[in-house]
Ligand binder design. Structure first.
Ligand code: IPE
Ligand code: IPE
Ligand code: MG
Length: 239
């Protein structure tokens, strides 16, 4: 694409990514799956930085799903260790990177140390260029159930009558709260499914499925996905 054309294509405000393909990347190289996750963490650093350069306001990444606990204990422990390491580093470099963090998911199942890191990262960062929403022990259905429970509790406490519930009020109970829905959701690795990601928020998102494995994902791939997004005709049910 010509540079001038690229300059005219403002990135979406909110991009979400299903960071998939780490295991296959490792397998191709005869490495343990954990090595794939380590390479995936590098890809995440690269892409978060690039999103900041582009001026993307929100980057939501699927890091660990409510279903990923089915994997071997060794793999889960390896992923948790990488997350711990990443968050420690992110806390150290927060001022420099100008990235703030939010966590989407039920953190109560994570280790107390990891929960504390998430809590610290979330509360230390007011001034930022890009907000990273890290989906950890996240499931779209689980998120909706949590929101429904919280609203029901508010009804029981007398804060709301059931009829007060609107789409906007319900959305405010989700992990994503008041932030805009993602305009673009990218899934690398060749799989073409949502795997329980952002079920509510993706109602009108544009999906771009790509054949690259997440650890190989480079700024050019993000450019390509954004260019594809700009070729789409978004109608939102209209004409
Ligand atoms: C995504 O990569 C990372 C997590 C789900 C934690 P995978 O580990 O799912 O990689 P593949 O799909 O097996 O290649
Ligand atoms: C989705 O990928 C979850 C994350 C990337 C964190 P999976 O690899 O878990 O999804 P499936 O099993 O292919 O549907
Ligand atoms: Mg996978």
């Amino acid at each position: 694409m010509a540079l001038s054309e690229k300059e005219n294509l403002a990135p979406p405000r909110h991009i979400a990514i299903i960071m998939d393909g780490n295991g296959r990347w490792a397998k191709q190289r005869g490495l343990p799956r954990t090595a794939g996750h380590a390479a995936g963490a590098e890809a995440f650093r690269r892409i978060a930085n690039y999103c900041r350069t582009l001026g993307v306001e929100y980057l939501t990444v699927y890091a660990f799903s409510t279903e990923n606990w089915k994997r071997s204990q060794e793999e889960v422990a390896g992923i948790m260790k990488l997350l711990r390491r990443y968050l420690e580093e992110a806390l150290r470099d927060m001022e420099k990177n100008r990235v703030c963090f939010r966590f989407f998911g039920d953190l109560s199942r994570l280790s107390p140390e990891l929960q504390k890191l998430c809590y610290d990262a979330q509360h230390r960062s007011e001034e930022y260029d890009v907000q990273v929403n890290f989906c950890l022990n996240y499931g779209g259905r689980d998120e909706i159930v949590h929101a429904a429970r919280a609203f029901a509790a508010d009804v029981a406490a007398g804060t709301y009558r059931p009829e007060a519930l609107t789409e906007a009020l319900f959305a405010s109970y989700l992990y994503s709260g008041e932030i805009p829905d993602p305009e673009l959701i990218i899934r690398p690795s060749g799989e073409k499914r949502t795997s329980n990601f952002l079920l509510w928020q993706s109602a009108y998102s544009e999906y771009v499925f790509m054949n690259v494995l997440w650890p190989d994902f480079a700024p050019e791939h993000l450019d390509e996905a954004i260019a594809e997004y700009h070729r789409r005709n978004r109608r939102f049910g209209g004409t």
